[in-house]
Design a protein around this ligand. Structure first.
Ligand SMILES: O=C(O)c1ccccc1N[C@@H]1O[C@H](COP(=O)(O)O)[C@@H](O)[C@H]1O
Length: 203
């Protein structure tokens, strides 16, 4: 199970996540997010990761090409384009920064084939990203999502094992569920989430 902890706002939390066994840390540069960081902070998080885990830049409010330039310039390993980006937007971004994740919600009936827009992974989230809201995973049952796809949306250490059993994703992603308050990670919750996700059984 690939485990990502998103919405980091300080480098010390990188060490907590890496030591607990995370595969990726995410940084949000979406301007309206309570977790938004500036370029200097983003770079300090990427630098602290030092290649030990994937570093994922998350955006949904700038052009895909601009986001790709920022991801490349700051040394991220993945760009998560979250929301209403089109196939053409992905092509623009891929010309600059090739390792893209497509993040979307079933509420907008997206293509569910991993790679449909040239992305290397697909992330399925609640309709309001970063809200901590869960969503009805039973709607996945008939949709046949396969391959490198991540589940997100209100995941916590308490519900991640059930969510994995229900949805059988390749990976999981959380942000609100491991926070003390918006933008501030609770290190005990980060460790507990990673442990629960790692120990979860897929049926
Ligand atoms: O976290 C945000 O504020 C955010 C803003 C804009 C786009 C995506 C955002 N976060 C993504 O939301 C999911 C997890 O959310 P949560 O666990 O329900 O809080 C994750 O993919 C984040 O990258």
């Amino acid at each position: 199970m690939y485990v990502k902890v998103c919405g980091l706002t300080d480098p010390d939390t990188v060490d907590v996540a890496v030591d607990a066994g995370a595969d990726a840390v995410g940084v949000v540069m979406n301007r309206t997010s309570p977790r938004a960081v500036d370029a200097d902070t983003a770079r300090s998080i990427v630098d602290r990761a030092g290649g030990r885990v994937d570093t994922v830049l998350v955006v949904n409010d700038m052009s895909a090409a601009d986001a790709a330039r920022i991801a490349a310039g700051l040394g991220f390993s993945v760009l998560q384009l979250h929301g209403g980006y089109t196939e053409a937007d992905f092509a623009d971004a891929a010309a600059i920064f090739p390792r893209l994740w497509r993040a979307t919600s079933l509420a907008v009936d997206p293509p569910l084939e991993v790679g449909a827009y040239g992305e290397v992974a697909l992330l399925l989230d609640a309709p309001r990203p970063g809200s901590g809201e869960t969503w009805d995973l039973s709607v996945l049952a008939d949709r046949g999502v396969h391959g490198a796809w991540l589940l997100a949306g209100g995941l916590t250490s308490d519900n991640v094992a059930d969510a994995i059993a229900a949805a059988r994703p390749w990976g999981v992603d959380t942000s609100s569920g491991v926070e003390a308050s918006p933008g501030v990670k609770d290190h005990a919750k980060v460790r507990a989430f990673i442990k629960a996700a790692r120990e979860a059984q897929t049926p």
